[in-house]
Ligand binder design. Structure first.
Ligand code: URA
Length: 233
């Protein structure tokens, strides 16, 4: 890897700021001042910037307890972005693994490993996503059983051309539902309840595949995934 690229990947400097740092004589390779941006580094070369040893950032895997009022977009918009809650170097490289609506809370994964993110969200894999939904209107009488059957069968949502995949609905009480879906359509859970004449007041994601939201994380808190959690996908 070229030295200027290494600098821009291991620090907050852009490529052109890295070149300036080189010209100012702030960078040493194996203890010797180096000014050439195009120098190719060997795997065991030691690079320091103002005396600080640098290393490549590597791939990161994060779970965030997403609070309400936070967006899953890469571009700045109306709301704070999920990535802004994470304190890691080069944080803008992280992308959300799938999305949650602004109002939805719960488990949100972020990573800069595109292949891993693809495995997590792959429709072929159909990983289970478990949501807890608070409904506006109680499901009473036979309504709950009819909803369970309709979701298990799959329902055609407005604007879609194929029914949803079979989903498992468990009513915890007449207003609280746990819904497990195996795909990730736009506003899927809210649209499924709208399709049976109800409305989701609050939505929280508990898990994605084998990854469960860490109970120690308060809304807005995050932690890096363990090696076992990463390998689970
Ligand atoms: N389904 C929704 O409707 N919203 C979400 O944020 C996630 C799933």
């Amino acid at each position: 890897m070229r030295l200027d690229r290494f600098l821009s990947e291991s620090t907050e400097m852009t490529r052109s700021l890295s070149k300036r740092a080189l010209l100012r004589g702030e960078v040493e390779v194996n203890g010797e001042r180096e000014k050439k941006a195009a120098r190719h580094l060997a795997a065991d070369d030691r690079v320091t910037w103002n005396g600080e040893r640098l290393a490549l950032v590597g791939l990161r895997y994060v779970m965030l307890h997403k609070p309400e009022g936070v967006e899953c977009t890469a571009r700045r918009g109306l709301y704070p972005r999920a990535v802004e809650l994470i304190e890691l170097p080069k944080v803008e490289r992280l992308q959300t693994v799938g999305r949650l609506d602004v109002e939805t809370t719960g488990l949100l994964l972020l990573s800069d490993d595109g292949q891993w993110s693809h495995r997590v969200t792959s429709p072929r894999r159909g990983s289970a996503k478990v949501y807890r939904a608070t409904l506006a209107r109680p499901l009473e009488g036979g309504e709950a059983e009819r909803a369970v059957a309709a979701f298990a069968e799959g329902i055609l949502l407005e604007g879609d051309n194929a029914p949803t995949r079979p989903a498992e609905l468990e009513m915890l009480d007449s207003l609280e539902a746990r819904l497990t879906v195996h795909e990730g359509r736009y506003h899927q859970v809210r649209r499924m309840f709208a399709a049976i004449g109800n409305h989701v007041e609050a939505l929280h994601r508990e898990s994605v595949g084998p990854l469960v939201l860490d109970a120690d994380l308060a809304p807005g808190e995050w932690r890096e995934l363990t090696a076992d959690e990463i390998a689970a996908f």
